[in-house]
Design a protein around this ligand. Structure first.
Ligand SMILES: [Zn+2]
Length: 192
């Protein structure tokens, strides 16, 4: 069942696509691209579904046993996100490390948490910080570190820069204070 919002989105998408085609000199009525506005609306709704999810729900069950206080690392989770300036993808790997205080979550919860923020209009620095901040506020761990490495199609498809490899990081708590903790995390990331 289509809601009035779905219909409005399709119509607006059609208007946007038609003016884009006119702008670049394409025929928006051409057979192959007739249904493109509808496809754009559907695929963007899918790629940007992170707004509907809360970090708390994404993390899932929280275990409070206080047994583990060692570093837990999710290494190089592949991700796809959308640059908020150009609506072009940036993609790569996100690594998340945290040292629990008393609250623990499953590794799949960390992956779902990342998706809450990757599936929004983003810039890489903000994405990295938002994942770290959400973990800090939901689990109150002793520390969090997030490292994000990505290629940006808005850099590679436009202009002269044919390669991009951008790395951002966000450090909270122990990871910020203690260089040994940081080094341990980086060592875990870099070991094959
Ligand atoms: Zn961009």
């Amino acid at each position: 069942m289509k809601t009035p919002q779905d219909k409005a989105l399709e119509q607006n998408s059609k208007a946007f696509f038609e003016s884009l085609c006119a702008f670049v000199g394409e025929d928006s009525k051409r057979e192959g691209i007739e249904s493109t506005p509808k496809r754009i609306a559907t695929s963007f709704a899918e790629m940007l579904d992170g707004y509907a999810q809360s970090p708390k729900d994404a993390l899932g069950s929280v275990f409070e046993d206080g047994v583990c206080d060692e570093m837990i690392v999710l290494k190089k989770l592949p991700f796809y996100s959308m640059c908020e300036h150009h609506l072009l993808p940036f993609f790569g790997f996100i690594s998340i490390g945290y040292i629990p205080d008393s609250k623990l979550v499953g590794i799949s919860g960390l992956a779902r948490l990342a998706e809450v923020f990757t599936h929004r209009l983003q810039i890489q620095e903000q994405l990295t910080a938002q994942i770290a901040n959400a973990l800090m506020s939901e689990l109150s761990p002793k520390g969090v570190m997030v490292v994000c490495e990505a290629r940006h199609l808005c850099l590679e498809m436009r202009g002269k820069q044919r390669q991009s490899h951008i790395i951002t990081s966000a450090l909270r708590g122990l990871f910020k204070k203690d260089s040994k903790t940081r080094a341990e995390f980086m060592q875990l990331l870099n070991n094959p």
